[in-house]
Design a protein around this ligand. Structure first.
Ligand SMILES: NC(=O)c1ccc[n+]([C@@H]2O[C@H](COP(=O)([O-])OP(=O)(O)OC[C@H]3O[C@@H](n4cnc5c(N)ncnc54)[C@H](OP(=O)(O)O)[C@@H]3O)[C@@H](O)[C@H]2O)c1
Length: 360
């Protein structure tokens, strides 16, 4: 496989640090640029991150001495030095939208973890196992932007990465009509640790700004279809959610209830989960989990602490499948929010795009 030079915009943040650890040894991608705000620019990566390093593994030696660049002021230079960038920044939505579009217009593709472009109709929002065909919209987007190489592709919000994969094969086989999901989300999803957010120890906060809207709307785009150069959202299932912040460092859990046009048997559901494979598994992309959905028979699994790291944090764990009195079935899902749900999902999307020639 060809090697690509990459940049990380927002490299000093929580998701950026994940990108740094995942990419330091990546077989296809070489980190050439680390960029962040003017506060970090000009310092080495080690100095700029300082005590904010939140990963359980040490900062990669190869990146420690790299000088952090200013992602706004040095756009042209950065875009000319790399084949594409990963982007995870904490800025105002309209600023992020403009930033990502300006990199794309400089012919530098952007793989984004931010929500700013998730509902731009010609920007694909991809979970590589579920809707890889949406990357075909990139041709229409390039026409709109007037670019030859540049484009924006985004990954979905971390909250939906746990339950939408489990619902996906059931939706295709049995027609999903109604979903209720309550999510129990880790503090790293807010870019925090227990050190930086001590109020979360022994606590639960029943509100995460904007999360319920994302959790209800984003699955419909993932399940949408390409029509006339736009991704048109699916109209079913109807989805309702409640999203809570819980005292867990990493790993978002979802308690899910679902009803179908044709109610499957429990065995049919388990068989679909067991056999579910997507393009990442078929192409054996470097970050793809071998088994995407792992089902646990034990009543007390999946557990965030025990199971979030399954297959490098890229698999989805499911358990407690049983019939419900109001919906057809209920079950519990878990995924690692900063791996599968953020940086890992972004890297897997980039691998899919690389394998399909979108960076050439
Ligand atoms: N954490 C998660 O689990 C998760 C999951 C999915 C998506 N996301 C999304 O990913 C993005 C980043 O999240 P995070 O948790 O990594 O945030 P974070 O830890 O607060 O990091 C923010 C990054 O943005 C940079 N930044 C902030 N203001 C800037 C400015 N005015 N100009 C240029 N750079 C600026 C920071 O640079 P300095 O260090 O120089 O200030 C830092 O690198 C957000 O859009 C978030 O919604 C997060």
């Amino acid at each position: 496989m060809k090697q690509y030079n990459v940049g990380i915009l927002g490299a000093t943040g929580m998701v950026g640090q994940r990108f740094a650890t995942l990419l330091a040894e990546h077989p296809w991608f070489r980190v050439k640029v680390l960029a962040a705000s003017p506060r970090s620019a000009g310092k080495t990566y080690e100095e700029a991150v300082g005590s904010r390093w939140a990963m359980t593994v040490p900062m990669p030696e190869s990146l420690k001495g790299m000088v952090v660049r200013d992602l706004n002021a040095e756009k042209e230079a950065i875009a000319s030095e790399v084949d594409f960038v990963f982007c995870a920044v904490d800025m105002k939505k309209d600023e992020i939208r403009a930033l990502e579009e300006s990199y794309a217009k400089l012919e530098c593709p952007v793989i984004s973890n931010n929500s700013a472009h998730r509902f731009t109709p010609d920007v694909p929002m991809v979970v590589p196992e579920l809707n890889p065909e949406h990357i075909e919209i990139i041709e229409a987007q390039r026409k709109r932007l007037g670019t030859k190489r540049g484009f924006i592709a985004v990954k979905s919000n971390c909250s939906i990465q746990s339950y939408v994969p489990a619902l996906h094969p059931l939706r295709e086989a049995f027609g999903l009509t109604k979903v209720l999901a309550c999510t129990y989300q880790a503090i790293s999803g807010a870019g925090k640790t227990f050190e930086t957010w001590p109020d979360m120890v022994d606590n639960l906060i029943p509100f995460i700004g904007g999360e319920e809207e994302k959790s209800e709307q984003e699955p419909l785009k993932v399940w949408g279809t390409i029509e006339n150069g736009e991704i048109v959202k699916a109209t079913v299932p109807s989805i309702t959610t409640q999203c809570l912040r819980v005292p867990v460092s990493d790993g978002h859990t979802a308690a899910v209830f679902a009803s179908f046009e044709k109610k499957p048997t429990k065995e049919q559901i388990l068989e679909l989960w067991q056999n579910f494979k997507g393009i990442p598994q078929e192409l054996e992309l470097p970050s793809a989990p071998k088994q995407f959905i792992h089902y646990f028979e034990e009543d007390n699994r999946p557990q965030a602490k025990l199971d979030r790291g399954l297959e490098g944090g890229m698999a989805v764990s499911v358990g407690r499948l049983r019939e419900d009195t109001q919906y057809d079935y209920k079950f519990v899902c878990l995924s690692h929010n900063t791996l599968r749900g953020a940086a890992g999902g972004g890297v897997l999307l980039a691998e899919l795009l690389a394998a399909k020639g979108y960076f050439d």
